[in-house]
Ligand binder design. Structure first.
Ligand SMILES: *[C@@H]1O[C@H](CO)[C@@H](O)[C@H](O)[C@H]1NC(C)=O
Ligand SMILES: *[C@@H]1O[C@H](CO)[C@@H](O)[C@H](O)[C@H]1NC(C)=O
Ligand SMILES: *[C@@H]1O[C@H](CO)[C@@H](O)[C@H](O)[C@H]1NC(C)=O
Length: 425
């Protein structure tokens, strides 16, 4: 960088800045008003103690950060002024940045946390790893004191955080985002969360939750994202879920959900992602009873769904880009309505019992970059143009279809897909 042209000006600027800073500092010590608002003592002590609970006894807030909302900010804390006083609005605990305060092994949730009067957002990230003094639970008492302030709760990557979600979370009436990813939480999902009608994001993936998904969650009509993937949830999909009319993303993959996919799902007009893969869902494919004109990704692989592809109204999901129906026990032919899904990028039909030919019209899908039909009963000669094999390469999987063959063109043999024999004349 070339600063030579303005070095004098720059020097003066720096000196002025320093004078200002010293001025502010001196002022700050003698008269808080000129710096900004002061902080209520109970709020300040609650903050120090709450943090000390997480990071350890060595942390002496009043020594290290005498003005936590002002000129000695604590990493991970945001403040705002209410009635002329500073209050903490956002609190992030754990290793988010390089200079974040690391969490202690023998950490504790101090009741002081709940004395922060205007806390909107609480986040505990990569903090509760392997507690040395017994299990760490999300305390069930005290959350009521956040009922008119807290909008966002996030516990992420805390494998040492165990026990259940407190029922009292149902009293956090302002909550818009509840994110509990990759912790050690268990037990059933509280019914009371269905009362949080302002909730937009409900993410509880990667825990040890069991039991049914409460029907009350169908009341969350503002919800945009529901992700309960990677748990051990069982029972069937609640019929009430037709009420989740704002939902964009719905992920229940990697659970033990059984029963059918209710046709109420096709009420979800805004849905872009439906991932129910790796469950025990059965009862065939027929839920697209109405147009689902936003649906872009439909992932149902690894379920004993069985049935065929004929009873599904593929015209109702014409925006699909990703369709994965691998390992579902599907029989019958691949209908011509599937090559009509013009936006398809990924089509996975591996390990079913699909029979009949593979339509050469699939080559007309301009955006298709992966097509997997390994392990079926497809038969006949592959009739794709040479360019299609060239474009797809290994992302065209057709092996383990014993009656499928490749007609050797005069010009080139090199494009023959892996695991397909040459047609006999
Ligand atoms: C912090 O340090 C001050 C003096 O430096 C001391 O009076 C106070 O008790 C300490 N607070 C804690 C919580 O250890
Ligand atoms: C294919 O992808 C392009 C670029 O993402 C997109 O604009 C287009 O609408 C897609 N569909 C078709 C049929 O080309
Ligand atoms: C092909 O099918 C056989 C018999 O069903 C199975 O043992 C084998 O693992 C399959 N191979 C591949 C590559 O899927």
């Amino acid at each position: 960088m070339d600063l030579s042209g303005r070095s004098d000006g720059y020097f003066i600027f720096v000196v002025l800045m320093m004078v200002c800073l010293i001025g502010v500092c001196i002022n700050g010590e003698t008269d808080g008003d000129s710096v900004g608002a002061p902080m209520v003592e109970t709020e300040q002590e609650a903050l120090y103690s709450a943090i000390q609970g997480f990071v350890g006894k060595w942390f002496n807030g009043s020594d290290l950060y005498p003005d936590p909302c002002g000129w000695t900010p604590i990493q991970g804390i945001s403040c705002d002024v209410f009635d002329g006083f500073w209050y903490v609005t956002d609190l992030i605990i754990g290793q988010v940045h390089d200079n974040s305060l690391p969490c202690a092994q023998n950490l504790e949730f101090r009741p002081h946390l709940f004395k922060l009067q205007h806390l909107k957002s609480l986040s505990v990230f990569n903090c509760i790893i392997s507690p040395s003094r017994g299990p760490i639970l999300i305390q069930s008492a005290n959350w009521d004191s956040f009922s008119s302030t807290l909008e966002s709760v996030e516990f992420r990557a805390n494998p040492g955080l165990t026990g259940q979600i407190p029922t009292s979370f149902g009293n956090l009436k302002k909550l818009q985002s509840l994110v509990l990813i990759d912790n050690g939480l268990s037990g059933s999902l509280p019914v009371s969360i269905g009362e949080l009608t302002q909730l937009k994001r409900l993410v509880m993936s990667g825990n040890l939750f069991t039991g049914k998904i409460p029907e009350s969650y169908g009341d969350l009509s503002e919800l945009l994202i529901m992700d309960l993937s990677r748990n051990s949830l069982s029972g069937s999909l609640p019929l009430t879920f037709g009420g989740l009319t704002s939902l964009l993303k719905f992920d229940l993959s990697k659970n033990k959900i059984e029963g059918e996919i209710p046709s109420e799902i096709s009420n979800l007009k805004s849905l872009t992602l439906l991932d129910l893969s790796n469950n025990k869902i059965s009862g065939g494919l027929s839920f697209a009873s109405q147009e689902m004109s936003s649906l872009e990704e439909l992932i149902l692989s690894n379920n004993p769904i069985s049935g065929d592809l004929m009873n599904f109204n593929w015209q109702n999901v014409y925006r699909l880009m990703v369709l994965d129906l691998s390992n579902m026990g599907l029989t019958g032919a691949i209908p011509e309505s599937i090559p009509s899904l013009k936006n398809l990028r990924f089509l996975g039909l591996n390990n079913n019992k699909l029979s009949g030919n593979l339509s050469p019209r699939l080559a007309e899908l301009r955006n298709l970059t992966a097509l997997y039909v390994n392990g079926n009963n497809l038969a006949g000669a592959l009739k794709f143009p040479h360019e299609f094999y060239m474009k797809m390469g290994r992302r065209f999987g057709v092996r383990n279809n014993s009656n499928l063959c490749f007609p050797v063109p005069k010009s080139s043999v090199s494009v023959r897909p892996f695991g397909v024999k040459v047609c006999r004349e």
